[in-house]
Design a protein around this ligand. Structure first.
Ligand code: AMP
Ligand code: ZN
Length: 429
């Protein structure tokens, strides 16, 4: 690591980091109590009750429902007039959850994002294209201000309009991008259509995130573009991007523990699980002013990777998100995560860049149908060949998810995709 540019919080020892966490947790409790919601919820706790960071377990959890029930401004610790930004979580059901930021919150957030970008090798002289929806989604402005903070020429390309994206990438010799992984795969099909090779770009680095994706998808993106792709994790409730990020080792995402306390719990018993065990990620903000959140249950499933990272940072690492606890499909009594299906599909060379899982009833029986795009060169006239491919995919899926889905092969680019996070499952049962 070239220490010169490292953020000072990145170089702390474990003890120093935990002392800083303790100090900031106490401040956060005091700050949170300024809001109506936590004034009541934390009525039995004072900052002095927290003697070490493990005492965080004495605090109550905060849930998405708490945010919904106190929508729009019930969790603010300061008057609305002191807030300067609003984002909304992209959940598809029920009342949205709003997150508001003071100027200080925005400054700290930009620093966190800049730190992530620096960690993977992006420098002020890089040209950075943010291929991400702007507006209420935090992946737009969140990454944008981080890139500017680092000093990059930052192109707010937004989502969609693939041909214009490609033109910008070429005209400005873009060297780093932020992109949703499913869109990165889709964009590669537009390159094909134009008869151009994504490898001919000046691109070196992609930050990919905002939706669950498998290691196989990452490798595919790296291969197609001839770049390194780094996993970026965040959620609006915790600012947005910049919560956890891969370092150059590409082996788990470091959570910035000077800004967040990380816990993994069993979602049923709510008890902590051991490092290495999968559970629900619970996060506490340590530097948020306008809307601190304590022990927020993210619903995201992951584990803490045991042991230190070769890069030398002591900030804990979480594994790739395997899905959300509310994403799980139960079919014929078997629990399946869409990510298991993706992992299999993306490892099969004939499979194209998009797929869709459809759950439906056949008589009284629940059935899974997987629509799979096939690359043009494999979408042949010979029915026997296609049948063989179909059987191969069904067999490989069965090995992973333990049931045999119906596999429907469709042409390249025939599954429609929106501009934001990909929709992977349609439940028609
Ligand atoms: P939003 O606040 O609407 O941007 O959505 C945040 C959610 O997106 C998280 O709680 C995760 O479920 C998902 N997400 C964000 N980044 C990643 C990532 N790198 N891998 C998997 N899921 C992610
Ligand atoms: Zn590392």
């Amino acid at each position: 690591m070239d220490k010169e540019f490292l953020h000072k919080e990145e170089m702390l020892s474990r003890d120093e980091l935990e002392n800083l966490q303790l100090k900031r947790l106490k401040q956060t409790i005091a700050q949170a109590k300024q809001s109506l919601f936590y004034w009541d919820k934390l009525k039995d706790i004072e900052p002095e009750d927290i003697k070490d960071i493990e005492d965080i377990k004495k605090l109550p959890f905060t849930t998405k429902d708490d945010l919904r029930n106190n929508y729009p401004v019930g969790l603010l610790t300061e008057p609305v007039a002191k807030m300067v930004r609003l984002h909304v979580s992209s959940g598809t059901t029920g009342t949205p959850t709003a997150v508001l930021y003071t100027q200080k919150d925005l400054d700290i957030w930009a620093d966190l994002v800049a730190r992530c970008m620096y960690m993977v090798g992006i420098r002020p002289w890089d040209i950075f294209q943010n291929i991400s929806g702007y507006g209420l989604f935090t992946g737009g402005l969140g990454i944008h201000y981080g890139a500017e903070r680092l000093g990059c020429l930052t192109i707010p390309a937004g989502a969609g309009n693939s041909k214009r994206q490609i033109k910008l990438l070429k005209d400005f010799r873009v060297s780093a991008i932020h992109i949703i992984p499913s869109y990165a795969l889709h964009l590669s099909t537009v390159f094909e259509e134009l008869g151009e090779d994504p490898k001919s770009l000046h691109l070196k680095i992609a930050l990919i995130g905002a939706e669950p994706h498998s290691e196989e998808t990452r490798r595919r993106i790296e291969e197609i573009y001839g770049i390194r792709a780094y996993n970026s994790y965040g959620l609006s409730e915790m600012n947005g991007p910049g919560v956890a990020f891969e370092c150059k080792e590409q082996n788990g995402m470091h959570i910035w523990e000077d800004a967040y306390v990380v816990e993994i719990i069993d979602p049923n018993t709510l008890q902590p699980v051991e490092d290495g065990q999968i559970g629900e990620l619970v996060l506490t903000t340590l530097t948020r002013e306008g809307m601190p959140l304590i022990r927020y249950r993210t619903k995201d499933l992951t584990s803490i990777l045991p042991g230190g990272c070769k890069c030398g940072r002591v900030h804990k690492r979480i594994d790739r998100i395997t899905g959300r606890s509310d994403d799980m499909i139960i079919l014929k009594g078997v629990n399946i995560y869409p990510m298991q299906v993706e992992k299999v599909l993306m490892s099969i060379p004939e499979v194209g860049q998009n797929y869709l899982i459809i759950l439906e009833k056949q008589g009284y029986i629940d059935q899974m149908r997987v629509k799979v795009e096939v690359k043009d060169e494999f979408f042949v006239e010979d029915m026997r060949e296609l049948k063989k491919l179909q059987q191969k995919i069904a067999r490989k899926l069965r090995e992973e998810i333990l049931i045999t889905p119906k596999v429907e092969l469709v042409e390249h680019k025939s599954i429609p995709r929106g501009e934001g996070k990909a929709i992977r499952v349609v439940d028609n049962r």
